[in-house]
Design a protein. Structure first.
Length: 109
């Protein structure tokens, strides 16, 4: 009995090879980078000795970081928000494909 026949090695996460650092797309990195750059600009412009200005300066980086956090079953939080928005704003059409013999046709014929 040969054990080398019909053995295939298929990686479970083959899409991860297309991502940067195994978890980010280019759009994710641009979004996160722009949030960090804006945070550094606000640190330079605002008087961060005041706690409220310091919090205001940190907010862009925190929001962008939150949006690109990976979550199970989705790519990241941004994808979850986009999917939920599309679900609630578009008309859903569910086609009946049940197990009935007539498949939705009038059964009184």
């Amino acid at each position: 009995m040969e054990q080398d026949e019909n053995l295939y090695l298929i990686p479970a996460n083959s899409k991860r090879g297309l991502l940067y650092f195994g978890m980010f797309t280019l759009n994710d990195l641009i979004l996160f980078g722009s949030g960090i750059v804006l945070t550094f600009i606000l640190f330079y412009v605002l008087p961060v000795q005041n706690i409220w200005f310091a919090i205001l300066a940190i907010v862009p980086g925190c929001i962008c970081g939150f949006l690109v956090i990976p979550v199970p079953n989705y790519h990241n939080i941004r994808t979850v928000i986009k999917t939920a928005y599309e679900f609630y704003t578009t008309r859903q059409r569910f086609v009946w494909k049940g197990w009935c013999a007539k498949d939705g046709e009038d059964s009184k014929k």
